[in-house]
Design a protein around this ligand. Structure first.
Ligand SMILES: N=CN[C@@H](CCC(=O)O)C(=O)O
Ligand SMILES: [Zn+2]
Length: 425
């Protein structure tokens, strides 16, 4: 049994496990001052005031050993969840920053054979073991920033065996590392060089060969596509996501990132779980997303790193679209594992409030990866994933910005970070 007591503040995020929070609900954090939490067998068994938690432990601990953790002066939140990463890849692309500073556009670099295609070459060359080793270092950094679950996309293989290789690495890491991974197949991330620009032929390979193989091996829960002018059209994206649906993969979509091209509308028509990026989503697309309950996964770090204006989060929240946030961890447009810094950016560049930001990185992010029944809030019966931040209240997380305030992290009831340091389990 674990007994956490004396928390300055607990943000429970309770009451939204069946439906993501929208509009004003995103401001409701379920705060408890001077709070206590009891965990048994990796599950939250009590959440309330410190006094009540003491009584619960006295009455229920029996002959169990009790580990007591003080949370004095700390803010406790659910383990942070990152619902959009491209974490399994080889190499890095720091040289692209210089090109972009000189005026090169992200898509020009891709169309000249760099960008995603450069990382594809490195990833194809790498063995499963090499990919494991590179990815573990990124997962360690995520964990040290309070992130206990991430979504992980393929999309740097762009041919069957290398897509499977990326997804198998994600599956092995999910079993081996404290950070939990939820996999998405994204074979349609770019048209690989060997197709010489014939995107239709590549789409046939994705729909007829890759999706069935991924589904047969049970390697992914979601299917994603880079729907963008110059990458995959709305029609090609629809074919891919419908094929995914036929094979039991739930649709997600990279939509309207660089230009407005109908990605938000497509997400609504297909009943996608989420539409991500949305910097150029149309008003009508946002309205349709709200009607269909499509979650907007916003990536303000990508806008920041590409030096572009961010998505209109306020318009989406006002329209009733549930909003989640993510790092978009990838080697080109967002090389960071600091979800807390992304939260700062959401607040300071998109004017999301500190409460909306916390909702977006916990319960709404859990919905965006189909895990809201088990994670995303501190509620009795849920998996005991939580973070203690070195902060007197949740507002402070967006105020003392760009530093890592993570003090303690619990994953499935195991203490994996204490005093900012990794605890071997
Ligand atoms: N936009 C497409 N895919 C990634 C970037 C991948 C890369 O540049 O390697 C994204 O979500 O930003
Ligand atoms: Zn992405």
């Amino acid at each position: 049994m674990i007994h956490i007591h004396g928390a300055a503040q607990i943000a429970t995020l309770g009451g939204a496990s069946t439906k993501p929070k929208t509009g004003k609900e995103m401001e409701e954090l379920g705060l408890i001052e001077d709070g206590g939490i009891v965990i048994d067998d990796g599950i939250f068994v009590f959440v309330g005031s410190s006094g009540e938690a003491n009584r619960y432990v006295k009455e229920h601990s029996g002959d169990k050993s009790v580990t007591v953790l003080s949370a004095a002066g700390k803010t406790v939140t659910p383990g942070l969840i990152d619902p959009h990463t491209h974490i399994v890849f080889a190499g890095s692309r720091e040289f692209e920053l210089n090109l972009r500073l000189q005026g090169a556009k992200y898509l020009d670099i891709l169309q000249a054979g760099g960008g995603i295609l450069y990382t594809t070459e490195r990833t194809r060359e790498a063995t499963e073991e090499q990919l494991m080793a590179e990815t573990v270092r990124r997962l360690d950094r995520f964990l040290s920033h309070g992130v206990t679950t991430i979504e992980a996309k393929s999309g740097y293989g762009l041919r069957l065996n290398d897509e499977l290789k990326q997804l198998r690495v994600a599956r092995r890491l999910d079993a081996a590392h404290p950070v939990e991974l939820v996999s998405t197949f994204m074979g349609a991330h770019a048209v690989p060089a060997e197709y010489k620009g014939d995107a239709d032929a590549f789409v046939r390979t994705v729909t007829e060969e890759m999706i069935p193989a991924v589904a047969r091996e049970g390697l992914a829960e979601f299917c994603d596509v880079f729907c963008e002018e110059g990458v995959f059209t709305v029609e090609q994206s629809r074919d891919i996501l419908e094929a995914g649906k036929r094979w039991g993969l739930k649709p997600k979509i990279h939509a309207d990132e660089l230009v407005s091209c109908g990605g938000a509308e497509l997400a609504a028509q297909l009943g996608a779980v989420s539409a991500d990026h949305l910097l150029h989503a149309s008003k009508d697309g946002i309205r349709q997303m709200a009607e269909q309950g499509v979650i907007a996964v916003l990536l303000p770090g990508t806008a920041f790193f590409l030096m572009a204006p961010p998505a209109d989060a306020r318009a989406m929240i006002t329209a009733g679209v549930p909003v989640a946030l993510s790092t978009d961890r990838n080697p080109g447009s967002s090389p960071t594992e600091s979800l807390p810094f992304i939260m700062n950016l959401a607040c300071l560049t998109m004017r999301m409030t500190p409460a909306e930001v916390l909702t977006a990185c916990t319960i709404n992010a859990a919905h965006a990866i189909g895990r809201a029944a088990s994670i995303g809030s501190i509620e009795v019966g849920k998996q005991a994933d939580l973070v203690m931040f070195d902060a007197p209240n949740y507002l402070y997380l967006q105020y003392h910005y760009a530093v890592n305030l993570t003090d303690t992290v619990l994953k499935k009831g195991d203490v994996v970070i204490r005093d900012g340091k990794r605890v071997p389990i």
